[in-house]
Design a protein around this ligand. Sequence first.
Ligand SMILES: Cc1cc2nc3c(=O)[nH]c(=O)nc-3n(C[C@H](O)[C@H](O)[C@H](O)COP(=O)(O)OP(=O)(O)OC[C@H]3O[C@@H](n4cnc5c(N)ncnc54)[C@H](O)[C@@H]3O)c2cc1C
Length: 480
Amino acid sequence: MYFPMEAKKVAVIGAGPAGLVATRELLREGHKVVVFEKSDKVGGTWAYDSRVETDLLGLDPERKIVHSSLYKSLRVNRPRHLMRFLDYAFSEIEGGDQRTFPGHEEVLRFLTTFAEKFGLLESIRFGYNVVRVEQMEGNANKWIVEWQASGCDPNMELFEAVVVSTGRYTEPKTASFPGMDKWPGLQMHSHNYRSPEQFKDMIVVVIGAGASAMDISKELSAVTKEVHLALKDPSVEFASRNNTWGHPMIKRAYEDGKVEFHDGCFIDAHAIIHCTGYKCHYPFLKTNGIVSVNDDSVGPLYKVVFPPSLAPRLAFIGLPNVALTFLTAELQSKWVAKVLSGKVHLPSTEEMKASAKKLYHMEIEYGNWLATQSGLPLLEKRWEHLLNCIWKCYMLYGVDFREKCDVDGGLKEVESSSLGREMAIIRSAFSFMLGTVCGVYIAQNYKVPDIKKLSNTGIFFAKHIEENYRKPNSKKDSDD
Ligand SMILES: Cc1cc2nc3c(=O)[nH]c(=O)nc-3n(C[C@H](O)[C@H](O)[C@H](O)COP(=O)(O)OP(=O)(O)OC[C@H]3O[C@@H](n4cnc5c(N)ncnc54)[C@H](O)[C@@H]3O)c2cc1C
C-alpha cells in the first residue's frame, strides 16, 4: 500500500509509555503531533493513584474511572535492564531506586525524565479526555478527534491520522460464580487494591494466578488470618504455605458468607479479590464495526498495529502483552511514523487482512520484524538471554523471584554455559505441551537440574507467557 511522502498531522491518545514513545518517533519523522492525555501527568499506568473507583468491582459503567491499576507496594516484574527504550535506559537517570526490580515510583521517574529530555511535554494537552475518534464522512483521510476538558464544552479537531495508546489495564474483567451477587462480604477487583491494611485479620479469597494475584496474596498473607487462592486454571496446582492455601475455582458463594471451592472445601470468608485481568476498552472509537472490540481482543489488526481497512490512518501502539513492553512500543512507533511519512510501505489491504488472521509469533521475532521494517539492526541477543533468565526465575522461585533472581549472574551463566540451550528446550516444550505434566516430562527427559523445584506459579507463568506471546492479541489477556 503506497502512501504519499509527507508529514502528517497526527493525534496521539494517551501519554503513558506507549504514547510518549510514539510521540517522540512521530516528531522525529517530522510529523505534527498533538497528544491528548486525560490526566494531568505523563506515565499512564505508572502514575500511581491512591484513589479507588466508586464501584470496587468495576461493573458500573457510570463509575468515575481511575486509570492506574498499581498497588502501593508494586515493584516491576521485569528487570530494569529490559524496561527501556533503545537509546534511553534506567541507567540514564541517577540516584533513585537502584534495585533490579525497582518500585513503581522509579518507572514514573524514568518516564518523566524521558518526556522532558526529548521535549515531548510541549506536544501534550493535559486534562483532555478523548470521547470520540471517527473517520470524517466523505473523506477517508481525515479523522475527527473530539474531547472533553474539565469545565469546558466538548470540542473537536481534524487530524490526518490517529494513534491510539490508551493502555489495556484499566477496565476490570471479573470472575463469575454462582451466588456472587448476593454474597455479603467485600468484593473488589485488583484494579482497586492499593494496600493490605484494610484486610487485617480477615479471611480473604484471591481469584487468579497471574502477577497481581501472586503479589497481592503474598502481601496479604502478612496481615490476614488466611488467604485462599482460587485458581481459574485447573491444571495449575498451588502448594499451600503458611496461612495461604490454593484451591480450584469457587463453586458457589452463600448468603451467610461461606465460600465453597470445587475441591469441596468451605470457608467463612470476609473478602474476595478478583485478580482476573482486564478488558480491551475503547469507548471513544467509532469505526462502524471495522474494528471490533470485545473483552479479550481488538481487531483485525495487521501486526497488532494497523486495522487493515483503515491503515495507516489509524494505529494502535502498545497492545502486545510482551515482556519488552517499552521497546516493543518503540519499535511499533518507529514503523508507524515511517509508514505515515511514506518511507515504508504496507502490503495490500487484502494481504494485511489475511495476515491479521494468522497466529502470532514470539516476542523476539516480532521485535526483530518491526526493527527490520524501520531499517534497524536486530534486537540485541543479551535481551533474549535476559528474558530466558527471567523465565527461569519465575519458574523456579514463583512469588519470590524478585528477591532470588540474580539477573546479572544469570546473564553471565546463560552466556557461558549450556543453560541457554536447556532454557530453549524448556521454552519450546512449554509452547507445545502445556502444563504440569509437561514440566514433569521435561524434568524426566532432559534432567535439567533444578526443574523439580519448578514452582506452581512458575508453571502458570510459563504457560501464560507462552500463550500470550504466540497470540498476544487474539485471546488471553494478562492477569496483571
Ligand atoms: C499492576 C500492573 C503491573 C504491571 N507491571 C509491569 C512491569 O513490571 N513491567 C512492564 O513492562 N509492564 C508492566 N505493566 C504493564 C503496563 O501497563 C505497561 O508497562 C505500560 O504502562 C503500558 O503503557 P501504555 O502507554 O500502553 O498504557 P498506559 O500506561 O495505561 O497509559 C495510557 C494513557 O492513556 C490515557 N488515556 C486513556 N484513555 C484516554 C482518553 N480517552 N483520552 C485521553 N487520554 C486517555 C491514560 O490516562 C494514560 O495516561 C503492568 C501493568 C499493571 C496493571
